[in-house]
Design a protein around this ligand. Structure first.
Ligand SMILES: O=C1O[C@H](COP(=O)(O)O)[C@@H](O)[C@H](O)[C@H]1O
Length: 252
């Protein structure tokens, strides 16, 4: 099924719309099963997400559990750490319990032992979701790279074919740093909801390809939740090459 695309006049409006969307996801998940599992990417997403969300007093963040959709194998304080970016932008400002924050194992990341880091992260997912069936995140928040990658799943990379592992190591990411871990498509596509968030003119070519040329089979296009839904939250600059019929407006 095609994703639902929401375009906003600017990044402030995008952050406001995303905040409203996440508030509803959180309320629905807590009403349904008492907690909220979220996986998040790095890059430009955390700042866009956090702008309004960090001040949202209508969300019970004590019920949130935060995981990462992908992570670079660096220390927690490294400028390349997705954990650090999410922590600085969002987690330090919201009342989420420390025990509900699930970053990559730092020792394995610093050692650039991607295999150990991926295995440990799979264990963390098994401990939270149970080991017997695929994790089902309430919400996976993803960015989109200018080459159409999401998580650390890059165009043409063999990891796109992964069907067994929940978390995979990667040692040859075309975008630095090369050593990373990533959720795989089986996990991403088992989520209840996946929301892409991207902004800026530099993304408009790729947004057009992904939304209007599905035959390209780029990584972002392979995100098709089997019993869930996919959304795109983009600003007008990123929507610059889309046909008006390809997107709608989010009602706050
Ligand atoms: O390397 C990565 O890049 C993507 C996209 O980042 P952006 O800065 O172009 O928004 C990001 O989603 C991913 O988590 C990250 O590891």
């Amino acid at each position: 099924m095609s994703p639902t695309v929401y375009a906003f006049d600017n990044t402030d409006a995008l952050s406001a719309g995303l905040n409203a969307f996440v508030e509803k996801v959180s309320r629905d998940a807590i009403a349904d099963h008492g907690k909220v599992s979220v996986a998040i990417s790095g890059g430009s997403l955390p700042k866009l997400l956090a702008k309004d969300l960090k001040n949202n007093k209508n969300i019970d963040f004590s019920k949130w559990h935060m995981f990462w959709a992908d992570e670079r194998c660096v220390g927690y304080d490294d400028v390349d750490s997705n954990y650090k970016e999410v922590k600085t932008q969002l987690l330090d400002a919201i009342p989420i319990p420390a025990s509900h924050i699930h970053p990559i194992q730092e020792a394995a990341a610093i050692a650039k032992n991607t295999e150990a880091a991926a295995q440990d992260y799979q264990k963390q997912l098994e401990a939270f979701f149970g080991a017997s069936s695929l994790p089902r995140f309430d919400l996976i928040l993803l960015g989109m790279g200018p080459d159409g990658h999401c998580c650390s799943l890059f165009p043409g990379h063999p990891l796109l074919q992964e069907t067994h592992r929940w978390v995979a190591p990667i040692n040859d990411s075309p975008k630095p740093p090369p050593e990373r871990i990533t959720l795989t498509f089986p996990v991403v596509n088992h989520a209840r909801l996946v929301a892409f968030v991207t902004a800026g003119e530099g993304k408009q070519d790729m947004v057009q390809k992904i939304i209007e040329q599905p035959e390209l089979n780029l990584p972002c296009q392979r995100v098709q939740p089997t019993s869930g839904s996919a959304y795109w939250f983009i600003d007008q600059a990123a929507a610059g090459q889309l046909k008006p019929s390809s997107y709608g407006r989010y009602k706050l």
